[in-house]
Design a protein around this ligand. Sequence first.
Ligand SMILES: Cc1cc2nc3c(=O)[nH]c(=O)nc-3n(C[C@H](O)[C@H](O)[C@H](O)COP(=O)(O)OP(=O)(O)OC[C@H]3O[C@@H](n4cnc5c(N)ncnc54)[C@H](O)[C@@H]3O)c2cc1C
Length: 452
Amino acid sequence: MLALQRLPDMMLALLYIAATAHALAPTAVPTRVDVAIAGGGLGGLAACAAMRARGIDAHCFEAAGELLRGSTGTGIMISANGMSALGAVDRRLPAAMRARGVRITSQKITKYGADGAEEKSVSMDATTFKDTFGHDQYNIAWSSAHEALADVVPPEVVHCGRAVAGATAAEGGVDVAFVDGSSVRAKLLVGADGIGSKVRSLVATGDDAPRYSGQLLWNAIVDSAALPLHGPGEVSFATTGVDGRAILAFDAGGGKTSWYLTLPATEAPRSAAAIADGSFGGFGRPGSTADLEASFARFPDALACLAATPPAEIFERRLGDRPPLGSWTGLDGRVVVIGDAAHPMVPSQGQGTMVTWEDAADLAALVAAEGASPAATKAFAARRGKRCDMVQKYSAASYMGKTSPTRQPRKIFSMLGNFRRIKQMYSWKHTLDELPGEPFARWAWSGPVVRD
Ligand SMILES: Cc1cc2nc3c(=O)[nH]c(=O)nc-3n(C[C@H](O)[C@H](O)[C@H](O)COP(=O)(O)OP(=O)(O)OC[C@H]3O[C@@H](n4cnc5c(N)ncnc54)[C@H](O)[C@@H]3O)c2cc1C
């Protein structure tokens, strides 16, 4: 009887250990691996999952002490190309993302004048996305997407508290050095360490400084019950009569709303001063809520976002990217970068993670075909460069809250151009998801583009 009573407790304990395995750091660092991946974010985990699904000895080395770190205040829109790429990374992932996220069924666009008066509001049916692009759009909290990826990577190959400091050429590969003094020999080092990538410095040449767009962004995730700005499965976007000042709120699934406020720095003098003195950025800068209340005083939707969110949970950043890389590989092809380390972008099109997941799937396919070798990384760089440059450039050009042309013919022209570009981004490889058998058996390459 006692044993029976204790069984649920023991099972709970085992489940707890399984669920928190990724948080138990640090794991022992192996001395040799085939592929060392710097970074365990959305890109690093996806690359690790895709490689392990193909029998490749890949390990993630993450700087943070814990893998799952809770909310980043960000929601992710999973468009058709991202869903296809996820299916190619690991075929369990599309269903896992759908279960944690929400299917988007409508998009509301409101145009306010600078005085706050509503000039126009249209609601667009988003249930047609599947016909147009090949998949429905699913939105999800960043942290939920991260958890779904962590679930398909064995915890013992994720090494937290291991910040990559650099790498040097070694016999048959590279020696990857960590900030704590430890190291690992790898045939390949994959830099998936984000916009401030350390690994990128091993491949970049010339001026590689961040390029700031002049637009600032504040965002948070809150309970939808506290912020009824959208219906279930709805994205609500508003322009405000000032170029670059926008309000976005969307259903992120799981009862959560993801909201964003953008301002050009010229419209936010106190924030511009904080940039100048180095205090701008991150969660909860003192005074930022009051500054935003002043800037959005005529927009009740924006004020509702601020009222629903404790200041400490509002994340702020300067938007920007980095110049396209001349080469994505270094140390004779033994080092390669993916995701934000390779092509950080302005989040106006919600494509940063999507192309990162494409990278992960593509790189794993090439390593599976060519081995953990320079041939694989060079083929990868050649395949990815042109597409990622295009998406990065379009994301910068079509920043959030960009005012549309006022003259009708130019407006129509611009709308058609935008639709063509979005279709080009979203539809990539979309027919390949959820087909029976090995996804790569049906993988249609987009055609080689020589860059390296
Ligand atoms: C506000 C906002 C909204 C966005 N919305 C969307 C969206 O809707 N759709 C979309 O597709 N994309 C979106 N993006 C973009 C998306 O967040 C990024 O493109 C994506 O997270 C890139 O993943 P990554 O793994 O390359 O980099 P990151 O997510 O930055 O992960 C990098 C990882 O590397 C670790 N690291 C850093 N340095 C080191 C080191 N030296 N050694 C080891 N580890 C290290 C970090 O701790 C981190 O875990 C958005 C971005 C922002 C800012």
